[in-house]
Design a protein. Structure first.
Length: 209
């Protein structure tokens, strides 16, 4: 079974509380999502492999560590996942970015694919799939399924807020994919929205309805 990591860092929780507030506008919402994404990926990548290297500082030659192993790929689920990309690229500027386009059918709540383009070497990368909200889990599960169909297996999922239903769906469909969230909320309402949640992340991010 995959692990679920809920970040309780005070800065993450403070910024998330401001995002939840219905009075928070698009500009501040985008900035906060960018900042939280950066804080989260710092912890998500804690177990990346390193190797010993020798460098020369202005003072002397010394042994130190640098990243080794598989490079990173970032896969936002369109459209709200785009709001998490820049914060991560600020820390991992050499990461390649793919995109998966899904939307949720308002009647069935099932995901519908309309776009999928991954880095050419995606199967050789540690992939971080991004989506602010993990509600029913249908979209994230489908997105990860599309990625696996293309030969990729080193996958992590990063969400801002998750519902227990979404966590259960992901662990059932993809028990090999670890899940990282800033908050695990109470439940889904009759419309499939996370409670208490923050509303529709895409609409609040881009100012649409």
């Amino acid at each position: 079974m995959s692990k679920v990591v809920v970040f309780d860092h005070p800065l993450i929780q403070h910024k998330l509380s401001i995002m939840r507030d219905h009075r928070t506008g698009c500009k501040e919402f985008r900035e906060l999502l960018d900042e939280i994404s950066m804080l989260m990926v710092y912890e998500v990548t804690r177990d990346l492999q390193t190797e010993d290297v020798q460098i020369e500082t202005p003072i002397c030659v010394t042994n130190t560590k640098m990243l080794a192993g598989k490079p990173i790929g970032i896969i936002p689920i369109l459209r709200a996942g785009l709001g998490m990309v820049d914060g991560i690229l600020n820390l991992i500027p050499n990461a390649k970015v793919g995109h998966i386009g899904l939307y949720r059918d308002p009647d069935t709540l099932n995901p519908v694919e309309y776009y999928c383009k991954l880095p050419e070497d995606a199967e050789h990368r540690e992939l971080i799939v991004l989506d602010p909200m993990l509600a029913t889990g249908g979209s994230a599960s489908a997105a990860i399924g599309f990625i696996k169909q293309r030969g990729c297996h080193n996958i992590r999922l990063v969400n801002l807020i998750a519902a227990p239903e979404g966590i259960a769906r992901l662990q059932k469909d993809h028990p090999d994919v670890d899940i990282y969230v800033a908050a695990l909320d109470d439940h889904l309402n009759e419309h499939g929205y996370i409670v208490p949640g923050l509303g529709d992340a895409g609409d609040r991010l881009f100012g649409t309805k």
